[in-house]
Every structure is written in structure tokens, then in C-alpha cells.
Design a binder for this molecule. Structure first.
Ligand code: FCB
Length: 452
């Protein structure tokens, strides 16, 4: 490929220090749900509720990553990435969520982190990617302040063991999802339907994040510390006042409700008023605890959100291509989002911790011709470069996901991987998008070597 190719031109837009990765989470790939002393998680339990998962599947086997660690590490290395984002399953390392540790579980993550290091890949560890120990749920889960204290103990134990071998540690993945989908609409574990509870849960997630940062820093944990938010830029459906007001609320409940406390130590006044009696109970000191300095903000972005006062927006109306999830493909939204975060919050550093799409992905003759995903990735990586060019401090990008996996309430039907997984044989096959990504990173290495 010559330097004038579009891929080479894209690669050249990123500096030598830029982090390139692929991402997964424990429950979605590990399987081994009861192996070696692992405790039950709320997702193990939720999958057994009739109708909870579209294809009535569960995470018992998933991609069987737990038993295929070495081969999967080789697979990651073969992509040429410099980073891998994964999560620790809390009930695998602390089956009851507090008290006794499960040495076999800790050892698994030790092998993972060491295996990455041996291959020259930076380990980006997430502590909570949703699979709370069921034992803690039985005591109130994230609705209870005690869970915050248990989380801090868990975070401390994991960081003491693995922190010096990690390139970053994230407290929570997407607190909005845990709060709203898990406790308000009930489509995710643990399946509650209460806005009051959801807002209290979101508050406890944020406070426990701050407490964990304080504890890890007091311990001298050398890894940069942050949180990952799902952030979808909001646009008004029309120029009407009603739609503008709806956009303000939607942006306020999804973005400002999390970023304002994290960066400014307060909830946004207009959204507090909007929540009324459902607003969370805040104890003295909570807000300053939340607002610990972040070494980085993790940004998960997939699409845009259109706010309409006349009811939910129908994505078909937008005229944009949709992914298999029905999500609109709008790369410019990622540029808008990153510039807005830079302007309003000035994070020290932002990492795109998830971006990608679900597409049909038929495996034919040993190949998956997922040109739609390659295009999605190229457009969004270009959108990140646009944001960087305009001053956004973005230092890394990770594709969701390394491989097809358990997509929560959608089960296994929605495929996000750049590597195909055959769920009969568990065989992994890199898709065309994986080969493209590897090529992009090769071009980036070449241009970085030239001193770009
Ligand atoms: C995000 C989750 C991730 C994955 C993608 C598609 O909300 O963090 O686990 O399911 O969506």
C-alpha cells in the first residue's frame, strides 16, 4: 500500500504515543460461570429470568475465554494492537463480594496481565463492568451504601495485586446503564423498575468511584485512574423551543448528570429540579468525594441521540444508515462530543474505551466480509482525528469488541467483534475489519517510526 492510500493518510494523523486497542468485558466472554470457586453474579441470575435475554441464552460458556486464555492472547497480539481493555469479574475474585478472596480467580487475571505484558500489550483494567456479586445484590446491591464500601475493598485488593502491571484502572463502566437500564427500565440486571432507585444507584456508583480513587491513591497505586461513561451526543429534532428543551433534559440526564459531579462536584441544578422527589439522597461530603481528579475519562460512543418533545425518535426517520442494533451511524457526532467534553470539562486525557458496531457478519468460506464495519471504524477513527486536530485531548481508541460475544439482553445474536466466533465450535476467525485494523496500525507504526 502506498503512502497516498486512505488508510496510510488516516494512520498518519495519530502520534506515536497514541493507544490502539480492542475491548471486552468479563461476563461477555469468559464463560466458566462456576469454575474454580467463582461466585454467582447478578447477570448469571438475570439470564435465568424468563424472557430477560432475547435468545434465552446466558454467560455459562460465552466465548470460553477463561479456558482459552493463551490462544486469545495470541489472537490479540496478532492484531498488532498496543492495548487491551478487559474487566475483572468481581465474583470470580471475591465470590461473596466481600471477605474471602478466591486465589484461583486472582491467578487468572494475573496470567492475563502477565500474558499481555509478555506480548508488549498494555493492560487496561475495568473493575466493574456490571457483574456485581449476587450476594451483594441480596443485601441491596448498588442501592445500598454498604456496597460502596465493599467496592472499595475489592478495588484495593485487585489494585494491590495487579495495579503495578496495568496501564490504567477504571472504576465503573457506564454508570448510566447500570442505573437506568438495570434499575429504571429493568431491561438489564438486576431488573428493577424504579426511577428513585436508579438515581440512588447512580449516586452510589459515583461516590464509590471517588472513594476508590482516594483509596488507590493512598495505597500508592501507580496506574492512571479513571471512569468510563457512555456518552451519546444529543441533538434537537427541530428548531422548536419544545425540542430544544427536550434536548437540554436528555443531555442533562445522560451527560451532565455524570460529568458535572465528576468534574465540578455538583449535580446540574436544572436536572435536579427535573428529577424532583426522585433526586438521590446525598450525604455530606459525597459531592467532593465524587470529584476526585481523573487521570483520564473513558468515553464509550456508538451513535447519536435525537431529542424530540413529541415522543421517542424513530431512527428510521433520520435517513442515516443503521447498525444491527438499530443505532444510527453518525461519525461526526463523535467529533462534536469530544470537542464539547474538552470545552466544558477539560479532562486531562480522554480515551475512547468503546466504539464499534453490530453487523450481520455471515461467515462464508472462512471469511467475514464486513465492509460495513470497516467503514464504520474508519469513519469514527477519522472523527477522533478531527477532534484531536481541533484541540480535544484524546490519547487512545479501542474497538468494541475484540470478538463476538454475549451482548447482554440481546444474547449472542448481535455480533460486535472484529473477530468472528462460531458458537458451535468456539472457533475464532478474524473478520476483514480485523485485517483492516491491523493494516491501519501497521501504517501508523511506519509513520510513527518516521517521526510523525
Ligand atoms: C456498551 C457496553 C459493552 C457492549 C457495548 C455494545 O454499552 O459497555 O459491554 O455491550 O455497549
Amino acid at each position: 500500500m502506498t503512502i497516498s492510500s486512505p488508510t496510510a493518510a488516516l494512520a498518519q494523523r495519530f502520534p506515536r504515543h497514541f493507544v490502539w486497542g480492542v475491548a471486552t468485558s468479563a461476563f461477555q466472554i469468559e464463560g466458566a460461570a462456576t469454575a474454580d470457586g467463582k461466585g454467582e453474579s447478578i447477570w448469571d441470575r438475570f439470564c435465568r429470568a424468563p424472557g430477560a435475554i432475547a435468545d434465552a441464552s446466558n454467560g455459562d460458556v460465552a466465548c470460553d475465554h477463561y479456558h482459552r486464555l493463551e490462544a486469545d492472547l495470541d489472537l490479540i497480539a496478532a492484531l498488532g494492537v498496543t492495548a487491551y481493555r478487559f474487566s475483572v469479574s468481581w465474583p470470580r475474585v471475591q465470590p461473596m463480594g466481600h471477605g474471602a478472596w478466591n486465589e484461583a480467580g486472582l491467578h487468572f487475571y494475573e496470567r492475563l496481565v502477565d500474558g499481555l505484558r509478555a506480548r508488549g500489550i498494555a493492560a487496561h483494567l475495568t473493575l466493574n463492568h456490571w457483574d456485581l456479586p449476587q450476594a451483594l445484590q441480596d443485601q441491596g446491591g448498588w442501592g445500598a451504601r454498604d456496597t460502596m464500601h465493599h467496592f472499595v475493598d475489592y478495588a484495593r485488593g485487585v489494585a494491590r495485586r495487579l495495579g503495578s502491571r496495568c496501564a490504567s484502572i477504571t472504576t465503573h463502566n457506564e454508570p448510566w446503564v447500570i442505573a437506568v437500564l438495570g434499575h429504571q427500565t429493568g431491561v438489564f440486571a438486576p431488573g428493577y423498575k424504579s426511577r428513585t432507585l436508579a438515581l440512588q444507584v447512580a449516586h452510589h456508583l459515583l461516590v464509590s468511584h471517588g472513594m476508590a480513587l482516594q483509596a488507590l491513591r493512598a495505597d500508592g497505586c501507580p496506574a492512571p485512574l479513571g471512569i468510563v461513561l457512555n456518552l451519546t451526543p444529543v441533538y434537537a429534532a427541530s428548531g422548536s423551543d419544545a425540542d430544544a428543551q427536550q434536548a437540554r433534559i436528555d443531555d442533562g440526564t445522560s451527560i451532565r448528570w455524570y460529568c458535572d459531579p465528576l468534574f465540578h462536584g455538583r449535580y446540574p441544578a436544572d436536572i435536579l429540579a427535573h428529577h424532583g422527589a426522585d433526586a438521590p439522597v446525598v450525604q455530606p461530603g459525597d459531592m467532593s468525594t465524587i470529584a476526585q481528579p481523573l487521570d483520564f475519562l473513558g468515553v464509550n460512543n456508538y451513535s447519536r441521540h435525537i431529542a424530540s418533545a413529541s415522543g421517542p425518535w424513530d431512527a428510521q426517520q433520520g435517513g442515516l444508515p443503521l447498525t444491527e442494533m438499530g443505532w444510527e451511524i453518525h461519525p461526526a457526532g463523535l467529533t462534536d462530543l469530544l470537542l464539547r467534553l474538552q470545552r466544558d470539562y477539560q479532562p486531562r486525557s480522554m480515551l475512547i474505551t468503546e466504539n464499534g458496531g453490530a453487523f450481520p457478519d455471515p461467515l462464508q468460506d472462512g471469511q467475514v466480509r464486513d465492509a460495513d464495519r470497516t467503514q464504520y471504524l474508519a469513519q469514527h477513527i477519522s472523527a477522533v482525528a478531527d477532534a484531536r486536530d481541533q484541540g480535544a485531548q484524546v490519547d487512545g481508541y479501542m474497538v468494541w469488541s475484540l470478538m463476538d460475544n454475549f451482548e447482554w439482553a440481546s444474547g449472542y445474536a448481535k455480533r460486535f467483534g472484529i473477530v468472528h466466533v462460531d458458537y458451535e465450535t468456539l472457533r475464532r476467525t478474524p473478520k476483514d475489519s480485523a485485517l483492516w485494523y491491523r493494516g491501519l496500525l501497521q501504517q501508523w507504526r511506519n509513520s510513527a517510526a518516521r517521526g510523525n
